[in-house]
Design a protein around this ligand. Sequence first.
Ligand code: UD1
Ligand code: UDP
Length: 362
Amino acid sequence: MKIVTVVGARPQFIKAAVISSEFEKIENVEEVIIHTGQHYDSKMSDIFFKEMGIPEPKYFLSINNASHGKMTGNMLIEIEKILVNEKPDLVLLYGDTNSTLAGALAAVKLKIKIAHVESGLRNHDLTIPEEVNRIFADSVSNIVFYPTDLALQNLIEEGYDKKNDALLVRSGDIMEDAAYLFKEHMVWPSNLPINVDDEFVLATLHRAGNTDDADRLKNIVEGINRIHAVTPVVLPIHPRTAKRLTELNIQLDAHIIEPIGYFEMLSLLDKCQLVLTDSGGVQKESYFFNKVSLIFAEYSPWKELVEAGFNVLVDDNSELIYNAFVANKGRKVEKTDNFYGGGEARHVIIGSIQAYLKDKTC
Ligand code: UD1
Ligand code: UDP
């Protein structure tokens, strides 16, 4: 079985780290990795390949820093050439980035089977770039791996239960596998101006909707600044956000550090008092580490955590951000429901792909 995996952005490296290391153990599976180059700084890309031992991509496309159309179009052109040459049995895609979209489009046009991990998530808002990417990737996938009840509900509302050519599989969330598998490697970041035993809040911020809109960015920063005046905020900064803060001359009071590796991130998640984020991955990881997250959004596709009170939607309201911090700082989350499969998603994903391909070749 030949599988081509398309990755390009930070969260996809972490997801692929889990699955690709399993593929390496299976004799009759050959995995070819395409890295689109969407994320390219060493601290946004290389570090993950090195620390998690992700197999080296056979193809590195260096396509980044462009408008959505240009980026996706250039990826499509290059991925198509590779797929024609490699002739895989299946293309494996993760999440909802432009790299996911390009991989899906290239594969479906060549009539190559597609498996999509993290299907069914919806914001019900087409102005969010990831929403467009995930709806398209889901719609052309043959194996639709959905993580949650809500994701299944979304897929049913869109008629997926009646689609004969789509196999719907509840996989749980591959990020939970990653968190538990790599937890033993966690390491405290070097050069942090606080100690491991100090109280601190962990923050990340990068969504286009928050960074591109100057008013939203200013409001969120105001909320973070108020918190930092009371409890230190540690913020590994996404390059997109760093650029916007400079462009708009916005003063962010926090311990701002460069993007960090996953093992360092796990350590901060483990030791922090609270998480502030707009990241899809980090809002679940806070829950895996029994912490509350305040989310800079008015809706989350991981709604089960909001309904259970583990995540709080604070949007860009600085007053709400500060008050939710006061109410939730240090609050330990007790996991009652098994929302995400308990860290076993990789077995479901790999087993289903093997069975599917075996069935198709018989
Ligand atoms: C992308 C994904 C988003 C995901 C995020 C993970 C899309 C539409 N968005 O958003 O879903 O949550 O990755 O982090 O695919 N940059 C650098 N160095 C890098 C990477 C990015 O400087 O290594 C800067 C560049 O100026 C670039 C900007 O960040 O133009 C945005 O990068 P891009 O990959 O387009 O989008 P993200 O915001 O990272
Ligand atoms: N992450 C990391 N280093 C950082 C920031 C995030 O390793 O400096 C990890 C984080 O723990 C999570 C993943 O990157 O596993 C999430 O990526 P991101 O927030 O960029 O994307 P999203 O999940 O929102 O698509």
